[in-house]
Design a protein around this ligand. Structure first.
Ligand code: PPS
Length: 307
């Protein structure tokens, strides 16, 4: 059952966060963290494939051996393991302290902007895997996620949420995570300063095998072809949909309303077509074109483009 308090967002150093979950004094400690070469941060704007890359990292770490992840669950003192317990949010409550004490390799995820992340990244300590997704599909996925998560304000309608994501003629900073445009562009602008693998959700849909192989190479993970195949198998939408850890099934019913749907929802490209009106799509395209005119990466907007 969802709580009845109205969730609130705060802005801290230009970053939009959830009040009560993200504590500015903890977030401020992240920039000064000492990194190890083996540290990995998966960086995403919300709904871009975070849990997917979490899954790939977990499976790579266990060299495709599902039993090894399950054994972590068995020895855990928590009976509520979700993917995010195994690859935590660095900006989550108490996570900075856990990070400092954690054994190598430390794998974390974040929605934070570049300037709030450890400065040592720019000295090429630690690695970043950035996953970007086409923002029309993000908007739809985010809309359903707002209906599920009690810490995010339930939208009155899809149209209202659309107007919150795009205010006037810009990607707005009003939603959790801030402006999609700013997130992608600011991280991308640092891609040559830090050790970064830049991927898109759409290329993961198009060719998961290649993405898994490139990710393994980037991390220096030495897996046989059979082991890589097992990682791919565990990371398909079909298999993750049945994985309770990936669906936050064990997450407290006060935080997530499981009646509103599943975290692993559609897992495809182009669901925006089932939600946007023609006028909304045209308005979105205008904003996108304007804000992304110098951006060198193109996005795939329709599953037909790759099938
Ligand atoms: S969050 O809340 O920001 O952590 O969400 P995030 O994990 O970034 O994004 C959730 C969306 O990713 C989809 N997803 C996948 N799609 C295809 N294949 C696989 N294996 C996969 N794993 C996660 C998930 O279904 C959400 O997208 P939508 O469009 O809502 O289905």
């Amino acid at each position: 059952m969802a709580t009845s308090t109205i969730p609130e967002l705060i802005t801290h150093k230009g970053c939009r966060m959830i009040k009560g979950i993200h504590h500015p004094h903890e977030v401020d400690q992240i920039q000064d963290l000492e990194l190890r070469d083996s540290d990995v941060f998966v960086v995403t704007y919300p709904k871009s494939g975070t849990i997917w890359m979490q899954q790939i990292l977990l499976a790579l770490k266990s060299k495709g051996n599902e039993d090894s992840v399950q054994s972590v669950e068995r020895v855990s003192t928590k009976d509520t393991l979700n993917n995010w317990d195994l690859v935590p949010w660095i900006e989550g409550p108490g996570k900075v302290l856990e990070f400092v004490k954690a054994e190598s390799p430390r794998h974390n995820v974040t929605h934070l902007l570049y300037h709030l992340m450890p400065q040592e990244l720019s000295r090429r300590r630690g690695k970043v895997i950035y996953v970007a997704r086409n923002p029309k599909d993000i908007l739809v996925s985010f809309y359903y996620f707002h209906k599920m998560l009690s810490e995010l304000e339930t939208p009155k309608s899809f149209d209202e949420f659309f107007d919150k994501f795009i205010i006037g003629d810009v990607f707005s900073a009003a939603v959790f995570g801030g402006s999609w445009f700013e997130h992608v562009k600011s991280w991308f602008s640092h891609k040559d300063d830090i050790d970064m693998l830049f991927l898109t959700y759409e290329e993961m849909i198009q060719d998961l095998q290649t993405v898994v192989r490139r990710t393994a190479e980037f991390l220096g993970a030495d897996l046989t072809q059979d082991q890589l195949n097992s990682v791919v198998k565990q990371s398909t939408f079909k298999n993750m949909k049945q994985n309770p850890r990936a669906n936050y099934e064990k997450m407290d019913g006060n935080l997530i309303n499981h009646q509103e749907g599943r975290f692993m929802r559609k897992g495809t490209i182009g669901d925006w077509k089932n939600h946007f009106t023609v006028a909304q799509s045209e308005r979105f395209d205008k904003v996108f074109k304007q804000e992304m005119k110098d951006f060198p990466v193109s996005f795939i907007w329709d599953i037909q483009e790759i099938s």
